[in-house]
Write a protein that binds this ligand. Sequence first.
Ligand SMILES: *[C@@H]1O[C@H](CO)[C@@H](O)[C@H](O)[C@H]1NC(C)=O
Ligand SMILES: *[C@@H]1O[C@H](CO)[C@@H](O)[C@H](O)[C@H]1NC(C)=O
Ligand SMILES: *[C@@H]1O[C@H](CO)[C@@H](O)[C@H](O)[C@H]1NC(C)=O
Length: 324
Amino acid sequence: MARSTHFTIFVVFILCLIIPVTYSLPFIVLHGISDKCSSRGGAKFTKLLSNWSGSQGYCVEIGDGSWDSWFMPLHEQTKIACDKVKSMSELSDGYNLVSLSQGSLIGRGIVEFCEGGPPVKNFISLAGIHAGEASVPLCTTTFICILADFIMELGIYSKYVQDISAYLKGCEFLPQINNEIAGKRNSTYKERFASLENLVLIMFEQDTVLIPKETAWFGYYPDGSFDVILPAQQTPLYTEDWIGLKTLDEAGKVKFINVSGGHLDISQSDMKKYIVPYLTDEASSQLTTRAESSSSHRWLSSMWNFFMKLGGSKEDQLLLSIVY
Ligand SMILES: *[C@@H]1O[C@H](CO)[C@@H](O)[C@H](O)[C@H]1NC(C)=O
Ligand SMILES: *[C@@H]1O[C@H](CO)[C@@H](O)[C@H](O)[C@H]1NC(C)=O
Ligand SMILES: *[C@@H]1O[C@H](CO)[C@@H](O)[C@H](O)[C@H]1NC(C)=O
């Protein structure tokens, strides 16, 4: 009798120590073009971030993944993503967003356009396409070639002809999320974007897919020139604060991160350093009032690290190699 009571108390005690870990905000991952949630790299990326942060992560798929990421107009992709995040009850208290490459356009679409959606707290963008049409796949001729190869591989031509005009409409999407068109600027978009808690912009030093790679930091070529790259702070988007980037930056909420590697070649140690801290919710550590709880968290993560080492998992192994 007494023994089972003790046992119950012990179990309740252990649960109390562990529960705070499960309180942290969930996050979603939006993948890049021609990738899909079920691909090996994409699934592993989400899983690793979940394991390291202790937060639940969900890769949000749009349509069939690869094909639709190319050809479905970005407005439509955003609408689908918006409906999905609204329907996920897990996200209703807010969530963090991690986006890869083109997924960053969808991510910003969600933040700015998603009417009645749950709030996005931290937005972590890896090799995001943020500024300047030169960097939108297919809006320049360079990308037509990449696309042609991709189509050849699939051997589907008729669908290509149908859908190419739909894709080209995507070129209108960037000016809209950037609140670029004078007379059509909408202060609601700015208000929503400026309400982010943190905006983490990760640029890849050897990125040859994004042109220029600085688009990941909202930098771009000034009109008509491909020699000079304007840093974000010198673009009208920033100086005139079309979307609240300046507001966020002046509040110390924008992190410009520079990592070595090609497009989306992020190492595990850089993931831990630059992404995981933003997925580990502060609110959850505030809920943790007792010192034992945080030490239990430390205990759990040191156990986790121990098992990772036992499993021989290599640090710095490349994760998502080529995902346009
Ligand atoms: C993450 O943790 C779960 C259980 O804790 C484990 O099953 C899974 O293999 C881990 N994933 C990775 C990618 O290490
Ligand atoms: C701005 O966007 C919001 C939200 O989508 C919309 O309700 C509002 O009508 C728009 N305002 C203008 C002036 O277009
Ligand atoms: C990024 O880091 C590399 C290596 O540390 C450095 O050479 C380069 O100038 C940095 N780029 C920017 C834009 O800060």
